[in-house]
Design a protein around this ligand. Structure first.
Ligand code: GRG
Length: 291
C-alpha cells in the first residue's frame, strides 16, 4: 500500500475514534471542559504516534484496529503535553496546529484542566484495549505511565527547564530529548506491539526503532524551528533561539546527516518483522518533513 494512502487511513480512523469517544459525554454539564479538550484533540496534527501504534500492531500480524485504544490514548497524552507546554508558565505560545493555543481561546484554568483530563482519560481508554493477557495490560499501562510521567516526558520537561540558563553537553541534550520526545514515541511503538501480540524480540525491536526515530524526529523538529515557516508549521518558528537544541549543538548541516543516521539505525532494528515496506517509507519521509 502507498505511504500516503495508509497514513490517511490510520489518521482518519484515530480521529473518528477520538471523536466518538468524547461524543458520549455531550450531555455532561461540564461542557466547556469538553469543548476545550476537543478543540486541541481534533485540531489536526500529523497523528504520528497513533500511526506508529497501528503499524506496529499490523507488522505483528494482527488486525491494526486492535491498537485503537492505545493509539488514541497516546495521542491524548501528546495533546495534553502540547496544551500545557503552550501555557504562559511554560513556553507561552500563541499558535499551535494552525490555530490559537488552547489557553488563548478557553483561558488558562480551562486549558490546564483540559490537559489534566486528557491525561487521565487516556488511561481509562487504554485500559479498554483487548490484549492477550492481564499481564500484557499491566505491561502496557506501566509503559504508558512511565513514558509520560516523572521518568519520561514530564521528567524531560523539568530537566529542560532546569537547564535554561546554561549550555548543555551533547549527552545532556540527548537525555532530555529522549525523555521529552522519545518516550511517548516509544510508548506508541511498544503498545502497538503489545496490541498485536508481538514476540519479545519484536517488542525489543520496536523499542530500538523508537529510540532512533525519536531522536531523528526531534533533531528535524529543531531544524524546522530554523528553516520552517509559521504557515507550514502552524505555530511560531524561531522560538528556540538561544535554547539547548540540536541545531545549537551540531549546526544545520550535521543535523541533516544525523536525522538520516538515526533513521537508518531505527530501520536496521526491524529485521524481525516480515513486512517493513510502509514503516521504511514513513521513516524516510519524516527526514524531509516540513511540518
Ligand atoms: C508535560 C508540559 C509537558 C511537556 C512535556 C512534549 C513536551 C514536553 C512538550 C511539547 C512541546 C515540544 C516541542 C515537544 C517536543 C516533541 C514534539 C516535537 C512535539 C510536536 O509533535 P508533533 O510534530 O506535533 O508530532 P503534531 O501537532 O503533528 O501532533
Amino acid at each position: 500500500m502507498k505511504l500516503e494512502q495508509r497514513s490517511e487511513e490510520y489518521r482518519a480512523y484515530v480521529e473518528t475514534y477520538l471523536q466518538e469517544y468524547y461524543a458520549r459525554f455531550r450531555e455532561e454539564p461540564q461542557k466547556p471542559l469538553f469543548q476545550s479538550m476537543e478543540y486541541s484533540l481534533l485540531a489536526g496534527g500529523k497523528r504520528l504516534r497513533p500511526i506508529l501504534a497501528f503499524e506496529f500492531c499490523r507488522m505483528c500480524g494482527a488486525d491494526w484496529k486492535k491498537a485503537a485504544p492505545f493509539a488514541a490514548a497516546v495521542e491524548m497524552i501528546h495533546t495534553y503535553s502540547l496544551i500545557h507546554d503552550d501555557l504562559p508558565a511554560m513556553d507561552n505560545d500563541d499558535f499551535r496546529r494552525g490555530r490559537p493555543t488552547n489557553h488563548k481561546v478557553y483561558g488558562e484554568a480551562m486549558a490546564i484542566l483540559a490537559g489534566d483530563a486528557l491525561l487521565t482519560d487516556a488511561f481509562s481508554l487504554a485500559a479498554t484495549a483487548e490484549v492477550g493477557s492481564l499481564q500484557d495490560m499491566k505491561d502496557a499501562i506501566g509503559i504508558l505511565s512511565e513514558c509520560a510521567g516523572s521518568l519520561g516526558m514530564v521528567g524531560g520537561q523539568v530537566l529542560d527547564i532546569m537547564s535554561e540558563q546554561r549550555v548543555l553537553t551533547e549527552q545532556e541534550v540527548l537525555d532530555i530529548q529522549t525523555r521529552k520526545t522519545g518516550c511517548l514515541i516509544n510508548a506508541a511503538c511498544a503498545l502497538g506491539t503489545i496490541a498485536g501480540g508481538g514476540s519479545p524480540a519484536q517488542f525489543d525491536a520496536a523499542c530500538q526503532f523508537a529510540a532512533g526515530i525519536g531522536l531523528a524526529f526531534q533533531i528535524r523538529d529543531d531544524m524546522l524551528d530554523v528553516i520552517g515557516t509559521q504557515e507550514e508549521m502552524g505555530k511560531g518558528v524561531g522560538t528556540d533561539a538561544g535554547k539547548n537544541t540540536f541545531v545549537r549543538l551540531y549546526g544545520l548541516e550535521k543535523c541533516e546527516e544525523l536525522v538520516q543516521k538515526y533513521t537508518d539505525c531505527a530501520l536496521a532494528a526491524l529485521q524481525v518483522f516480515p513486512d517493513t515496506e510502509y514503516i521504511t517509507a514513513l521513516a524516510n519521509s519524516l527526514t524531509q518533513r516540513r511540518v
